[in-house]
Write a protein that binds this ligand. Structure first.
Ligand SMILES: Cc1cc2nc3c(=O)[nH]c(=O)nc-3n(C[C@H](O)[C@H](O)[C@H](O)COP(=O)(O)O)c2cc1C
Length: 333
C-alpha cells in the first residue's frame, strides 16, 4: 500500500511521491502576465504540503494566447524572472515543478487581438470571432512555444506541459469538431510543429509532457481510436508523459463523477509504454491508491482537493506511517 508514496523517475526528474498538483489558473496575474505574491504563496504552500510534482497553471506563450488578461505569461524575461523565484522556493522545499504552456486560441478573452484559431467560428456567442490561422502561420505559433520553453528552462522548471486540452488552440486543432473535414494526420500538424520546436530548446534530459482532452463528449468528436493515434504520434515524437483530461472543445459539460477520466489513462497504459497522469474529482487517499496500485496511471493529479487541503500528502504520510512526508516543523500537529 505504499505505491502512492514511492518515488517516480521520468528522465532526470525524480518525484518523491506520486501526487501531482493539477494546473489551475488563478486569474491573479498582473495585467502584464507577471506572477504576484499570491502565486508564490499558493505554489510554495503545496510544496510545503509535500506534493511530488506541482504543475503551474496555464501560462501563455503570447499576449493574445491568454484566456484572460489576468493569466500568467512567459513571453518576456521579466515574467521568466518572477517565475524563477517560485521555482527556486518550490524546489528548495523538495517538490518538483512543471510549467503548463498555453495558447488559448479562440477561447481567449484577452484584450489583445486578434485571437487565433484553426477555425473562423467563435467558440460560442459569448466569444469574439477568431482569425483563422493558415498553415503558413503555424511556425509563428511554434516559435512562441519554443521561446516560452526556452524561458521555462532558464527559470529552472523541471518539466514542461504543452496544453493541448480543453478546446484551447492545440486542442481545437486536434478535434474533428473544429475541423470536421480534415484527416487526423492533418489535424496533428500544428501540435507536431509545436513539439518539434520545443524540443530544439528543451533538453532531452527533462520530461516533456502533453495534456490532452481524451474525449469531446459528443459522438462526432474525438474517438477512442483517434485518441490512441494522437498518443501514438506524440510518443513517436519523444513526448514522455500524457496528462489526461477531457472536454472543452464545445460548450458541453460532462457528467463528472469521481475517477471519470481514469479509464482514458488506463487505455493508454494498456497500449503504450508512456507515463500517464490521471485524475478528475479524486479526493481521497483510497481513490488515489486504487488508481496507482491497479496500474491505471503512473501519477495521480489533484486539483480542487489541493485547493481545499494543501496538506493532503501529510495525511498520506500519517496514514502510511512515513514520517518524512510530514515536515519536521509540523510533526507535533
Ligand atoms: C480553478 C481551476 C482552474 C483550472 N485551470 C486549469 C489550467 O490552467 N489548465 C488546465 O489544464 N486545467 C485547469 N483546470 C482543470 C484542472 O487541472 C483539473 O483537470 C480539474 O479541476 C479536474 O480535477 P479535480 O477534480 O481534481 O479538480 C482548472 C480547474 C480549476 C478548478
Amino acid at each position: 500500500m505504499k505505491t502512492i508514496l514511492s518515488p517516480f523517475h521520468l528522465k532526470d526528474m525524480t518525484l518523491k511521491n506520486r501526487i501531482v498538483m493539477a494546473p489551475m489558473c488563478m486569474y491573479s496575474a498582473e495585467a502584464d502576465g507577471l506572477a504576484t505574491p499570491w502565486h508564490y504563496t499558493h505554489y510554495t504552500t503545496r510544496a510545503a504540503g509535500g506534493v511530488g510534482l506541482i504543475i503551474v497553471e496555464a501560462t501563455a506563450v503570447s499576449p493574445e494566447g491568454r484566456i484572460t488578461d489576468q493569466d500568467l505569461g512567459i513571453w518576456n524575461d521579466d515574467q521568466r524572472d518572477q517565475l524563477r523565484q517560485i521555482v527556486l522556493a518550490v524546489q528548495a522545499l523538495g517538490s518538483k515543478i512543471g510549467l503548463q504552456l498555453q495558447h488559448a486560441g479562440r477561447k481567449s478573452e484577452s484584450s489583445v487581438l486578434p485571437h487565433y484559431s484553426v477555425s473562423d467560428q467563435a467558440f460560442s456567442d459569448d466569444y469574439l470571432a477568431p482569425k483563422k490561422l493558415r498553415e503558413a502561420d503555424f511556425p509563428m505559433i511554434a516559435q512562441a512555444f519554443q521561446a516560452a520553453a526556452k524561458r521555462a528552462l532558464e527559470a529552472g522548471f523541471d518539466l514542461i506541459e504543452v496544453h493541448a486540452a480543453h478546446g484551447y488552440l492545440l486542442s481545437e486543432a486536434i478535434s474533428p469538431l473544429t475541423r470536421p473535414d480534415m484527416a487526423l494526420t492533418d489535424r496533428l500538424e500544428l501540435i507536431d510543429q509545436v513539439i518539434k520546436a520545443v524540443q530544439v530548446v528543451w533538453p532531452e534530459t527533462k520530461p516533456l509532457q502533453v495534456r490532452l482532452s481524451a474525449t469531446d463528449y459528443v459522438p462526432e468528436g474525438l474517438s477512442r481510436s483517434d485518441l490512441l493515434a494522437v498518443v501514438d504520434h506524440l510518443a513517436s515524437l519523444g513526448v514522455d508523459s500524457i496528462n489526461l483530461s477531457s472536454g472543452g472543445v464545445v460548450p458541453i459539460a460532462p457528467t463528472a463523477f469521481p475517477g471519470y477520466q481514469v479509464p482514458y489513462s488506463a487505455l493508454i497504459k494498456e497500449n503504450f509504454d508512456i507515463a500517464t497522469i490521471a485524475g478528475g474529482l479524486i479526493t481521497s487517499i483510497d481513490m488515489a491508491t486504487e488508481i496507482l496500485e491497479n496500474g491505471r496511471a503512473d501519477l495521480v493529479y489533484l486539483g480542487r482537493e489541493l485547493l481545499r487541503n494543501p496538506y493532503f500528502v501529510h495525511q498520506l504520510g500519517r496514514r502510511f506511517d512515513q514520517a518524512e512526508f510530514v515536515p519536521r516543523q509540523y510533526r507535533r500537529a
